[in-house]
Design a protein around this ligand. Structure first.
Ligand SMILES: Cc1cc2nc3c(=O)[nH]c(=O)nc-3n(C[C@H](O)[C@H](O)[C@H](O)COP(=O)(O)O)c2cc1C
Length: 204
């Protein structure tokens, strides 16, 4: 019998963790939770030789998949892109007989150097974070997955230690709530980011 409503796989990608200010802290809030598999891709594959079968088996054993990473050039770090290219195989993840990921949920936990005000239609970047994630959203759709809005921490150079701690606690709360089936997904889908008003999407 399943112990939790949802098993969660966090695919973590940061190529220079020794220089990290924010993600190095955020990861500690979720990496030892029951029902959660925290998988550091750069640690597992320093030479980029991704074990496709192992990654596919990890996906099969989980209901919710998280891409946790800093935003690099408005996209994911290289290993996560390599992971997508190799692991999401035709006739396994998509295509006529590709049903392996159908119904699973996917979302990003992403940190950005830029402040939130830049990620607006009238801001310097001209697009929202959800819009920048379009290739991942569409890939998820092609694989029959349910794409949710991202959990975003903006302004990593300027935020205070107190704000990082708050984000870490919110991250843990959100993951535990998802694991236990205590997130109102309809309410979550209507948000720009999952952590814009966390309390409003968590049910008791
Ligand atoms: C190669 C590279 C590309 C980056 N591209 C972006 C970007 O497109 N937009 C942005 O807001 N920040 C960008 N940044 C800043 C990172 O997102 C930021 O340093 C990171 O989220 C901080 O997390 P950390 O403290 O865990 O390293 C980039 C940083 C690097 C090294």
């Amino acid at each position: 019998m399943k112990r939790f409503e949802n098993n969660i796989l966090i695919l973590f990608a940061h190529p220079a963790l020794q220089n990290s200010r924010v993600n190095r802290q955020l990861m500690k809030y979720v990496m030892s939770l029951d029902g959660v598999t925290f998988h550091d891709l750069y640690e597992a594959y320093p030479d980029f030789h991704i074990d496709v079968k192992h990654e596919q088996n990890l996906l099969l054993g989980n209901d919710i998949i998280v891409f946790h990473h800093p935003l690099f050039w408005f996209s994911v770090p290289a290993i996560l892109r390599e992971w997508m290219d190799l692991v999401l195989q035709h006739m396994w993840a998509y295509g006529k007989t590709g049903r392996a990921l159908k119904g699973k949920k996917l979302f990003n936990v992403v940190t950005t150097g830029g402040n939130e005000s830049l990620f607006q239609h009238d801001g310097n970047h001209g697009n929202t974070m959800i819009e920048f994630l379009a290739p991942i959203r569409q890939s998820a759709y092609v694989c029959g997955m349910d794409f949710l809005p991202p959990f975003v921490v903006h302004g990593t150079r300027n935020i205070t230690q107190q704000e990082i701690t708050q984000s870490g606690e919110d991250y843990r709360k959100m993951i535990v709530s998802l694991r236990d089936g205590k997130v109102n997904l309809e309410a979550a889908r209507s948000q720009q980011r999952l952590n814009s008003d966390l309390e409003s999407i968590i049910t008791t």
